[in-house]
Design a protein around this ligand. Structure first.
Ligand code: AMP
Length: 397
């Protein structure tokens, strides 16, 4: 796997696909610059070598139409601030003007080109569009893990025009190494904690990771499909009735592979889907009619924490309860604490995929785990065992 560290960029123009799809407020000010900060090490390395940088990214979903709202001109100041360089901007990403702006760059200079998705060819993975983009630089760098699962012109198709001059950025390399550390080289015992609302959205991940894990901890809404399938009473808890057979099949496969499965023994149930609803703690397999399970109970927290503390490699995806409501966030917080403690004791922990990342950020766990993935969909597809087009294109000879 080649990264920017394998190249000397002196006198070269690096064309970097970054993911600067940042959140903005109503005045289009950037409200969270994490994605820009994450790309900084790659850009710094190239600038330090004496190269120049052309940044390309998408922002929002302009669907092939030019619009002021999605123009990257609104993020230039923030990018300049984070990179500590006066970033230049050109209001096209292909064509004469863009090519000239790229050609004019001096060593150490950084250019941001306009939103790739102003051209519908980007998402279609159009080869001619990719070829035009390729004219902007000498070396192609893919540092956009968040879009690596898309076979778009700038994320995958373009790589063919740089047969001997393509590599990953440092963020991308970190993401890929973290996943590798769990799925390929993880020190045992390896524990996966999967939560969230539905079995159906996690099934492919579970099937793919079963051969490499020792423990599977299941929490969140998908618990109840498993419990009902085993003959338990789940009251009004969330359940995918048509996935009960699948749940039993997972348990069977786990047994065959000697994977220990941990389901919540007790549950915090509520008489409504409301933070202020009445609650009680009951056995998960014995939830009264009209009550629904919204968080794991204290016995479960203790049991899950013990497994986590004994683990050397930990993967966490999905909350253990309805963490958006403070009264049902205790289980998710306790599991975050246990993962933090295990990490402190030397375990490698990877948190990834949508809601768990939001949770980790909101609750300041970022520094307590080994790695928080920045790419929701790309991370989930990697865990599902799928080859990411953006990765495959750079690895290809
Ligand atoms: P996912 O996107 O599949 O990872 O699911 C995340 C969502 O699952 C969050 O919005 C949680 O509120 C929700 N969730 C977790 N536990 C439960 C539960 N017991 N009942 C209903 N929803 C839940």
């Amino acid at each position: 796997m080649k990264t920017v560290n394998d190249f000397n960029f002196k006198g070269k123009k690096a064309l970097i696909r970054v993911d600067f799809n940042v959140p903005q407020d109503e005045n289009l000010n950037v409200t969270d610059n994490t994605r820009i900060v994450s790309a900084k090490p790659t850009i710094d390395k190239i600038v330090k070598d004496g190269g120049s940088v052309i940044l390309m990214t998408h922002l929002g979903r302009p669907k092939g139409e030019v619009s002021d709202k999605y123009s990257l001109k609104h993020i230039v100041d923030e990018v300049s601030k984070v990179l500590d360089v006066a970033v230049k901007f050109v209001d096209e990403c292909v064509g004469v003007e863009a090519e000239q702006a790229a050609a004019d760059l001096q060593a150490g200079e950084v250019l941001l080109v306009e939103n790739l998705r102003f051209h519908s060819e980007e998402e279609k993975g159009d080869a001619e569009f990719a070829k035009q983009l390729s004219k902007l630089g000498d070396i192609y760098v893919n540092d956009a893990f968040g879009t690596a699962h898309r076979a778009h012109a700038s994320t995958a198709v373009i790589a063919q025009y740089f047969p001997a001059a393509k590599c990953f950025g440092l963020l991308m390399a970190k993401e890929l190494n973290a996943i590798q550390k769990v799925l390929k080289t993880g020190e045992k015992p390896v524990t996966a904690i999967l939560g969230g609302s539905k079995v159906s959205s996690k099934i492919t991940i579970i099937e793919n990771i079963l051969p490499v894990i020792d423990n599977l901890i299941i929490g969140g809404g998908m618990t109840y499909t498993f419990i009902k399938a085993q003959g338990g009473k789940i009251g009004k808890s969330i359940c995918e009735d048509d996935k009960q057979a699948l749940a039993l099949d997972i348990l069977k496969k786990a047994k065959e592979k000697n994977v220990k499965v941990y389901l919540p023994e007790d549950t915090v149930v509520a008489d409504g889907f409301d933070n202020n609803a009445n609650t009680q703690i009951v056995e998960t397999k014995n939830i009264p009619d009209d009550w629904e399970g919204l968080d794991v109970g204290p016995k479960t927290i203790e049991a899950f924490s013990k497994v986590i503390l004994d683990s050397k490699t930990i993967l966490w995806n999905g909350p253990l309860g309805v963490f958006e409501m403070p009264n049902f966030a205790k289980g998710t917080i306790a599991i975050g604490d246990a993962i933090g403690a295990a990490t402190k004791n030397g375990a490698f922990s990877l948190v990834g995929g949508g809601d768990s990342v939001a949770f980790v950020k909101q609750n300041n766990y970022t520094d307590k785990v080994s790695y928080v993935s920045t790419g929701g969909g790309a991370m989930l597809e990697s865990l599902e065992g799928k080859e990411l087009p953006g990765v495959a294109a750079v690895l290809k000879d």
